[in-house]
Design a binder for this molecule. Structure first.
Ligand code: GCW
Length: 726
């Protein structure tokens, strides 16, 4: 009897153990912390399995060189994940369904196909269904190895998004040469305007320890075609140019090289003084010029494929050539001359506005840079933010686009959401960037859109050490959209969103459609609850966390909200027409005319260009005041609807990611409400108008909203001001 019960106990424990471990397996199979990004490679549904197996039975491709090895290993990893088993490898197709990848130089099989790869250029690729030795095969071919890798990711994306792949003929080449992520990472591990934890670069353990994450970062970039990364903050430390840090950067460059990713560094203009022992950084001083030349030589000795420098000069307290009475061209050209012999470039930012200048801040970059057109060395690129102020939820396009026809321009966008709710607000930025790319400058007649003017795109990265890279899963979509648009600025943001959703979550249309719709409306929701009808820069001082339309005083007028809203008892808005700052005059005449006239200014930019009385009647007949209140409230309602949508989708998503998104949407709703209420409370204190019928008054007094203080809001390293509420 005793033995019997012992046996039973044993069996009982066995069952418990088996149950526990099978649950653990099930859980870990489901566990999704977002680390895999859009490169998840989860098994395809049974219906697709057979179909895809027929085109992925064998890998035929050279393994010479690190880039082709990376291509092969990505194919093996992805196909074993998607299809359950990695295909066999061979030197030639021996059956139907081979994937043949390489260049005409690396692969005799490809050479024998005599493909016309002209249109692929240096980085593009061809993915085509062909017949080789009477076997059906898919060829992924390019002129250079990097094109092969990009083509591999393209092919995998087709599988990941469940596209048919039996009859392919896809040629793709990047439209823009420079596709660069700008990290605002500091050497102390903090990230300026970063909301995804500490810096992804662990300077302390570099160059000895190469975290696997560095390779995964490069894979993610290559999957989109991103070909450059500026490792350091534009508010630069000269130390990053010392041998110690150059060696650390070189270790990253060694990891990135196989993925076609070049590293760049921000260059502090005063570095010759700070680390070079010189008395001046005057760009016309021969010793300074010699110092930069020697520095460039030193860098290229350590990092032969170094991309170049990104420079923020004479802007927000950064040193620059104007400290010596020299121009931006003098400064940029000096650096270009040092880099050019090695093939490097200077990305010189036009984000400048001066403390002394009483002129409208929106006009200052144009005033300084337009006259310099044609005066830059041909290795200088001028990097412009999308709009003339600073990455606001909505801005008109920057007037310098089109105004510097003899200078290559790079469009800089901000992927990190400094002004769009940090990491917790769901705001898909694809539509915002599409709006800029679509903007018609009319500088060479109709159709001179921004996308036709630029030579590159730079995105201020939202990447940090967080397990999910970006601080939230939906913020990954912004990294994704940036990369896709930089490759092809003609892409539509809804199509990009759909791809991302399919790769990141699920291909089930019952999930894909509502989520894409939610993403597509999300940026406009932020505009509504933060800065409707063309308002801008209404965020709290310094941290930019939460509303602060009352912010005034302090070191400079153009760091206050009242400078931008110009609200008083009579009305609201910034008059940038001829009767005001005349910023409109910096646009081509037809654009200037459109923005000058009330009737033709788009309603969503109304208060950017015009100062209007509170009771001004919009074409709809509704007053400006009522319309503002409606927009603020609509923003909150949209977020509430997004929450509801998400709540209905739990069964399509693993619990981890579902829960985080749900919790963040709840935060977003609270903060949208806060934005609405605080903004209405402030503007109502000036307009003295009642709320339109049916709209709830703010639950707290204006004093309450003004008193809120967040000294440790993220993203603002070094500025932990106890006076943050003022
Ligand atoms: O948006 C502003 C940010 C600063 C940033 C600056 C810039 C790197 O508030 O944090 O500094 O723009 O783009 O240089």
């Amino acid at each position: 009897m005793r033995t019997h019960s012992k046996q039973r106990l044993f069996v009982y424990w066995l069952i418990v153990l088996a149950l526990l471990s099978s649950q653990a397996i099930a859980r870990s199979a489901q566990a999704e912390d977002g680390y895999d990004l859009w490169l998840r490679y989860r098994p395809v549904e049974a219906a697709w399995l057979h179909r895809y197996q027929n085109v992925a039975s064998e890998l035929v491709g050279g393994a010479d060189g690190s880039t082709l090895l990376a291509a092969r290993s990505e194919l093996a990893r992805a196909l074993s994940g998607l299809l359950g088993a990695a295909p066999r490898s061979g030197p030639r197709p021996t059956r139907d369904g081979a994937i043949v990848f390489g260049t005409p130089t690396s692969s005799t099989v490809i050479a024998a196909l005599h493909l016309d790869l002209h249109a692929a250029g240096r980085e593009g690729y061809l993915v085509r269904s062909v017949t080789i030795d009477r076997h059906r095969a898919t060829v992924i071919a390019a002129n250079e190895d990097i094109g092969v890798l990009y083509g591999v990711y393209r092919f995998l994306r087709l599988l990941q998004t469940r596209e048919p792949v039996e009859h392919l003929d896809v040629m793709s080449a990047p439209q823009l040469q420079y596709r660069v992520l700008d990290h605002w990472d500091n050497l102390d591990g903090t990230v300026e305007r970063g909301y995804a934890g500490a810096s992804i670069w662990d300077w302390q353990t570099l160059p000895d320890y190469l975290a696997p994450r560095y390779t995964d970062y490069a894979r993610a970039c290559a999957s989109l075609g991103i070909n450059g990364a500026v490792l350091t903050n534009v508010n630069a430390s000269a130390l990053s140019l010392t041998p110690r840090y150059l060696n650390k950067a070189a270790a990253l460059a060694n990891v990135f090289r196989a993925y076609g990713l070049h590293i760049y560094l921000s260059a502090r203009f005063s570095a010759p003084i700070e680390i070079g022992g010189l008395k001046t950084a005057d760009p016309l001083d021969p010793a300074v010029r010699a110092w930069w030349r020697a520095k460039a030589d030193e860098i290229y000795h350590i990092i032969p494929d170094f991309g170049g420098f990104l420079v923020k000069a004479n802007s927000e307290g950064q040193p620059g050539p104007q400290d010596y009475g020299r121009s931006h061209a003098d400064g940029a050209n000096m650096l270009a001359e040092a880099l050019a012999p090695h093939g490097g470039i200077v990305m010189w930012r036009a984000f400048v506005y001066s403390q002394e200048q009483p002129a409208d801040r929106a006009t200052q970059a144009y005033t300084e840079f337009a006259p310099l057109d044609g005066k830059f060395h041909d290795h200088v690129f001028i990097q412009l933010k999308n709009g003339p102020i600073d990455f606001q939820p909505r801005e008109p396009f920057h007037p310098l686009f089109g105004a510097m026809p003899h200078t290559p321009l790079i469009l800089e966008v901000q992927i990190t959401k400094e002004y769009l709710g940090f990491a917790t607000h769901l705001a898909y930025l694809g539509p915002m960037w599409e709006e800029t790319l679509d903007a018609d400058t009319y500088t060479r007649g109709p159709g001179t859109t921004v996308r036709k003017i630029i030579s590159g795109m730079a995105g201020v990265a939202n990447i940090g050490a967080d397990r999910n890279w970006c601080g939230s899963v939906f913020d990954q979509a912004n990294w994704y959209a940036f990369g896709r648009l930089a490759w092809d600025p003609d892409l539509k943001s809804d199509a990009i969103a759909e791809q991302w959703v399919r790769m990141t979550f699920s291909n089930d249309p019952a999930f894909v459609h509502p989520v894409v719709a939610m993403m597509m409306g999300s940026r406009e929701a932020v505009v509504d609850y933060m800065t409707p009808l063309g308002l801008h820069h209404q965020m709290a001082r310094d941290s930019h966390y939460g509303p602060g339309p009352w912010v005034s005083g302090g070191p400079r007028a153009d760091w206050t909200s009242v400078y931008y809203n110009r609200a008083d008892a009579q009305g609201i808005g910034f008059d940038r027409t001829a009767s005001g700052s005349n910023a409109v005059a910096q646009y081509a005449p037809s654009v200037a005319a459109r923005f000058s006239s009330l009737g033709s200014t788009p309603e969503n930019l109304l208060l950017w260009f015009h100062h209007l009385p509170w009771d001004y009647r919009l074409p709809s007949g509704v007053t400006l005041w009522d319309e503002l209140v409606r927009h603020y409230s609509r923003g909150v309602d949209t977020v509430a609807a997004m929450r509801k949508t998400w709540a209905g989708l739990a069964s399509y998503v693993d619990a981890e990611r579902y829960t985080q998104v749900a919790a963040f949407l709840a935060i977003q709703q609270q903060e949208a409400q806060w934005w609405r209420d605080a903004s209405i409370a402030y503007f109502q204190s000036l307009s003295h108008l009642p709320l339109p019928k049916g709209y709830a008054p703010p639950p707290y007094s204006l004093q309450y909203y003004e008193s809120l203080c967040f000294p440790y809001a993220p993203g603002n390293p070094g500025v932990h001001s106890p006076t943050c509420g003022q």
